[in-house]
Design a protein around this ligand. Structure first.
Ligand SMILES: O=c1ccn([C@@H]2O[C@H](COP(=O)(O)OP(=O)(O)O[C@H]3O[C@H](CO)[C@@H](O)[C@H](O)[C@H]3O)[C@@H](O)[C@H]2O)c(=O)[nH]1
Ligand SMILES: [Mn+2]
Length: 337
């Protein structure tokens, strides 16, 4: 990646901060020496016992406990966190030099993995802080479900309102179900314009939820003349591949959405489909032909982004260190609530 300013090149993009835990380590060493002392005592006094069996059992239990306890101490021994600096990254790299990113969201069943959850993941990723012309979002549907396709089309329409709103008011949580849950009404201190847009967006999101709910309750009519024609009579485990471009940003207009693409890979009972790994293989192949971005981000359908700068943070982990060319896979930390 090329650099713009001299000074900023010297500042690291990420820093490992080590926690000093000397007291905790001293206590743990003390406990360990006591445990070892008990084990030595059990061995030395073994011959003096009238009843060998209880002594032997106690020795085995205490040995096992010491082993597990030592493993736990090893895990906690070195404690550190990695701090990332997106602002330094933005100073180093201009928007036009940003690498493009293909985002992969996988879903397998619109009932077990409710569509609205998957759609919130999609919305949070479409609204991410990153040059729009560098992004493409692929949804892999292993359920080959017209409901998922319908929800995705409707969500893309809603995203055309939601994404500009998030960017205009710098909203932090960009998954609407979380955003509207945490705030039941717009803040009174905000401008009138914000309050009006907030209310209208909340109403639109409610409509989207209603449409998806209603669609889930009734069977899809088979109509070959519509976009849903390809789903007529297909079985989720036996069908040809379906690829549909739902929204394309040909001009790379910053106010538009990234490319949005639906994929349901070909399946046949004769071949193993290899679950998520199989879906990822197809996603890399299809995206290789369509957008071929050097960076790929994979999220499960229920992993919405809770920080609009998540890509910038991730890039700080990927770039800016000596060995960057030899690294290919980075797990980004998840929080489970
Ligand atoms: O045939 C399948 C089965 C699953 N999935 C998707 O794979 C993801 C993960 O599947 P899930 O059943 O939710 O697994 P979890 O145990 O919740 O997920 C953890 O474990 C998985 C298997 O190790 C990893 O792939 C995930 O990233 C990790 O979060 C979901 O988005 C699914 O929709 C498919 O695309 N096709
Ligand atoms: Mn899961």
């Amino acid at each position: 990646m090329a650099t713009n300013t001299q000074d900023s090149t010297h500042l690291p993009l990420q820093e490992t901060i080590v926690h000093s835990n000397k007291t905790a380590r001293a206590i743990e060493l003390m406990v360990l020496s006591l445990l070892v002392f008990i084990l030595v005592y059990r061995v030395v006094c073994f011959k003096d016992q009238d009843q060998y069996l209880p002594w032997l059992l106690a020795f085995l239990c205490e040995s096992w406990f010491t082993f597990i306890w030592t493993l736990c101490v090893c895990i906690k021994w070195n404690q550190c966190i990695t701090k990332t600096y997106p602002d330094r990254l933005l100073k180093r790299v201009s928007e036009s030099e940003f690498p493009s990113i293909d985002i992969f969201v996988t879903t397998a069943d619109p009932i077990l993995e409710p569509s609205i959850i998957t759609m919130n993941t999609v919305l949070s990723l479409l609204a991410i802080e990153c040059p729009v012309d560098k992004l493409a979002l692929y949804l892999s549907d292993d359920g080959c479900s017209p409901l998922t396709f319908y929800s995705f089309v409707e969500t893309t329409k809603f995203a055309k309102l939601w994404v500009p709103f998030c960017k205009k008011y710098n909203i932090q949580v960009r998954a609407p179900f979380r955003y509207f849950n945490s705030q039941s009404s717009p803040l009174e201190s905000e401008s009138l314009e914000f309050q009006q847009e907030w209310k209208s967006l909340k109403k639109e999101y409610g409509e989207l939820c209603k449409k998806i709910d209603l669609a889930a309750q009734r069977p899809f009519l088979c109509d070959h003349d519509t976009d849903f024609g390809v789903f007529c009579g297909v079985h989720r485990l036996d069908h040809p591949s379906i690829i549909k471009v739902i929204s394309e940003n040909k001009e790379g207009t910053p106010s538009d959405l990234p490319h949005v693409i639906y994929i349901s890979r070909e399946k046949s009972p004769k071949h193993q489909h290899h679950y998520k790994a199989g879906a990822m293989n197809v996603l890399t192949r299809v995206s290789g032909v369509m957008t071929n971005a050097p960076l790929m981000l994979n999220v499960d359908c229920d992993m919405y982004a809770n920080n609009p700068q998540v890509f910038l943070h991730a890039m700080c982990m990927v770039f800016g260190f000596k060995d960057e060319d030899n690294c290919a896979f980075f797990p980004i930390s998840s929080s489970f609530l």
